[in-house]
Every structure is written in structure tokens, then in C-alpha cells.
Design a protein around this ligand. Sequence first.
Ligand code: ADP
Ligand code: GLC
Length: 483
Amino acid sequence: MPRLKVLFVASECVPFAKTGGLADVVGALPRALADHGHDVRVVLPRYRAARRHPADKLDAMVGVPLGGGTAWSAVWTAHMGTSSARAYLLEHDRLFDRDGIYDDAHGEFGDNLSRFTFLSRGAIELCRMLDFRPDVIHVHDWQASLVPLYLDTIEAGSPIADAATVLTLHNMGYQGGFDPAGLSQTGLGWDDYARDLERGGRINLLRAGIRRSTVVSTVSPRYASEIQTPEGGEGLDAEVRARGGDVIGILNGIDDAAWDPETDRHLPAHFSANDPSRKEECKAALQRELGLPERPRVPLLGVVSRFAHQKGIDIIAGTLERLLVRDVQLVVLGAGESWAEEVFRRLSRTSDCVRAHIGMNEPLAHRIEAGSDLFLMPSRYEPCGLNQLYSQRYGTLPIVRAVGGLDDTVENGATGFKFTELSSDGLLAAIDWALGTYRNAPAQFRAMQIRAMRKPMGWGHASRQYEALYRLAMGKRRAQRRR
Ligand code: ADP
Ligand code: GLC
């Protein structure tokens, strides 16, 4: 089969910029596709934090139409790992030379509509500048959702509009909502607004992406059906339903080079499903690192999470009083809602069985996955979730709420523990089940750990599914363009 030319447009990509799992996916899937022989390029903004990664500056600049003027952008390029996939970072200091990706200590940036309009239009202008004619433009979340709309409007007559577009929905809870007064930033008209962008009297970028992309995907089959219901659709379920069979769920994989307990450079000792013995050393080292009593037999529970409503941090907080009398240790890594930061900071100071690290810390995330026995994810909703997969890979059994990708990736009582009720009681009952297995049925617990570790979860399978989706989208786009 001829190789495909694919352009990814996204706001995050490991190792350049990360707030969550989107970055992990955009950092890994292009490499898996490039390893199948495709020509894959990724475009994202050059945030301040991305500058510390080596990259080469191209000679030419890109002129990006923005708000009636032109935003000139230098372009930096870098290899993605050892693959042939390439990242292109668009530099514009006024928009991106600041701390934070979407917000900072003072809250959301007021100019996010301009910043991500710049990304979407910049991606199209970059293709022109490089003379790159993608077969597929794969856009991610609201930050890149204007691309499909531009191809059908401002760009309709240009060759780039032949590209099929695939929108992957990583999280319907974030839709890119803005005051319509900002419409002039986008170069689009009020008719475009009324038809594709308006939701509840505001600009809604995700709506345009859902309506205009050739096909829509999301990151687990269960979430693909949840977002078609009023409970899961966050106000856009009708738009998703209207796409009918064009909506498909493809489970995320994990980057199994970065997340492998046999080789992970962040770990003090290595282990695998065939030889799990040194996982104990990771646990002891984690206890030492965080100043917890070094007790090999006490169950150690881990949390690595954005502190956001989605993640059910309040559900965890509601169990604490009852949980901590059960002779367990709890390690928490996360940042976000300030009340949660405060709860865990305080407990960390006052309890000898809880330690919290507030902030982003990639190496510590790896050590928590490796050193814990159990991992908590009581999410309200979860499009896919990567941490439960990392946990499984590291023999740390996840305790998850049976929603979205968590439901699709955890086999109850076999590769983790599931509960349904959205409450601290529900979570606590599942924790008790897990603790009972840990203490009273150690052979069964070990068998579950090995089974979880052996589960195939690299990008091999998912990248083949995306390839098939790209070809489907290309066929649909050709038919659309002939009409
Ligand atoms: P989401 O994208 O909704 O936050 P995922 O489970 O898909 O959830 O991905 C979260 C990613 O972010 C994982 O790679 C996880 O390890 C990482 N992560 C979350 N919080 C932190 C943190 N405080 N420090 C380091 N990594 C974190
Ligand atoms: C989102 C979702 C998460 C998913 C990630 C990568 O941030 O919240 O469930 O794993 O995107 O697709």
C-alpha cells in the first residue's frame, strides 16, 4: 500500500509540551505510524517550555493570517525519537513565550482564541511553505478544531482542501468556548459562526470540528457511545449523534519504550512479568524517597492525576478518614484545584502514612507507578485514561470506576478492580476488596499483577486502526470533493 502523508495538529506533544495524556498520544502515535513507513509530521506551538528541547530553525518564516493582520512565525523542527516522524514548532513570542500552556497562576489566558486560531491556520500555512500535501490532517481536541472548517471555507479552492480530516476527541469536557466578539480573530464570517461555531451564544470550536471533520474518533469504544448521550456529550451529544457511523472509538496505546519497568531510566530497580521480584525494591525506594516508614507488607496506594472534577479527587478525599485507619500508605502526585492541593499538602504534613507532591514531576510519576501496589482512578468520566495502563504495565493493580476507557481496559478481578457507584462509599468498597485480596489471597494478587503486566498495550494495534480510519476518511473526502 502506498505510504500516507499525515499531518498532526495538536496543542501538546511529548517531550515538548504536556499537561496530560493528549501529549503522550501525540508524542507516540506519529512515531508508530512513521515506523509503518508513513510520512508523518506534527505541528504545535513553540511554548516557552518547549525551548529547552533541541531543534533546528528553518530559514523561511510562515505568515499566519490572524485578526486581519499577519502573524509571522519562525519554524523549528525536531526529530521525534528515533523515528522518521518530525515535529514542527511554530514560534510566536507574543502568543507563546510565557509560562503555562493554557493558563498560569492568574487563570486561563484571555487570548486563547487567538493562540489556537494561530495554531490551526499556522498548520495550513506551514503545509504551503513546505509544499507538503497531506492525505490526512489529524486534528486533536478544540485547539485544532478550526482546521476542518477552514478547509471547507477559506481554503475550499486550494489543493490542501483535498486532505481528509480526522478529529480525535480526547475530552468533551473542554470545548474551546469564547465570546463571539473574538470572531474577527479567526477570519471566519457570521454565517460560519451561525452554522458551525455557535453554541449557547458563544463560539464553540469543538462543535466546528465535530461538524466539519471527515470522520470523528475518540479514544475508547465505550466513550464513543457515552458522548452520544446527554450525560456524556457535555451539550454536544446531538452533534456527535448526527455524525452517526462516522464516529469510532480507538483505544489509546502506551509508549512502551518510555513505560517499560524493565528499562525505565527513572526507576531504582528493574522488573518484568517474567521476573517481578525487584518491584519490592521500587516500593522500598519510593517509601524512602518520600519519607514514609519503610514497610514492605503495608499496601501502598498511588495516585497520579490532574486535580480536576473529572478525576474524582473529591471522591478520594471523601474516603481519607476511613481509608487511613486501614493501615495503608497513600502517595499522591498531582496539581490543579487548589482545595485538593491544600487537602493533600496538609495530610502530607500531619499523617505518617500519606505523602503528596504537588506539581508536575515526570520521573516521580514513573516511580509511583512502579513502587505502588494499587492505583486509584475514581473518575467521573474518562475518555481513555493512560495511568491505569501504565499501572498495569508496572504490576500495580488499578482500582477504577467503570466508565469510558477505564471500563474498556480493566478486566474486573483479573487486571484490576472496578466499581460503578460515583461515591466515596463505592470507591472504598472496591479498595476493601483489593486490600482483602492483597492481604488474604497473595497468590491471587500476584497472578493478577502478572496478567496485567502481560497485557499487550503498545501502539501497534491502535496505529493499524488509525491507518484504516485514515483510508476510510480519504475515500469519504474524495467523494465530498467530487460533489
Ligand atoms: P488526562 O489526560 O485526562 O490527564 P491520562 O490518564 O490520559 O489523563 O494522562 C495523564 C498523563 O499525565 C499521564 O502520562 C500521567 O502520568 C501524567 N500526569 C498527570 N499528572 C501528573 C503530574 N502531576 N506529574 C507528572 N505526570 C503527570
Ligand atoms: C484526555 C482524557 C484521557 C485520555 C487522554 C489521551 O486528556 O482525559 O482520558 O487518556 O486525553 O487520549
